[in-house]
Design a protein around this ligand. Structure first.
Ligand code: FES
Length: 64
């Protein structure tokens, strides 16, 4: 599904970038999300938050 129509960026591209460790700013710079009409910014941020929340917990976070 397209999140950013202006730059033709899909939800899969954003999810993959988040898994690789990219922040919204990095995704914005890399793909141009939110840099044209800006309509997709909130949707992209929400998708990033959801993707981060669904990432497996870091094994080191349980050690503390
Ligand atoms: S829909 Fe993403 S900048 Fe326009």
């Amino acid at each position: 599904m397209y999140v950013c129509l202006c730059k033709a960026v899909t939800s899969q591209q954003i999810e993959d970038a988040v898994v690789q460790g990219d922040s919204y700013a990095q995704i914005r710079q890399k793909y141009g999300v939110g840099t044209d009409c800006g309509c997709c910014g909130q949707s992209a941020k929400q998708l990033i938050r959801q993707t981060v929340a669904n990432l497996p917990a870091c094994e080191f976070s349980e050690a503390s």
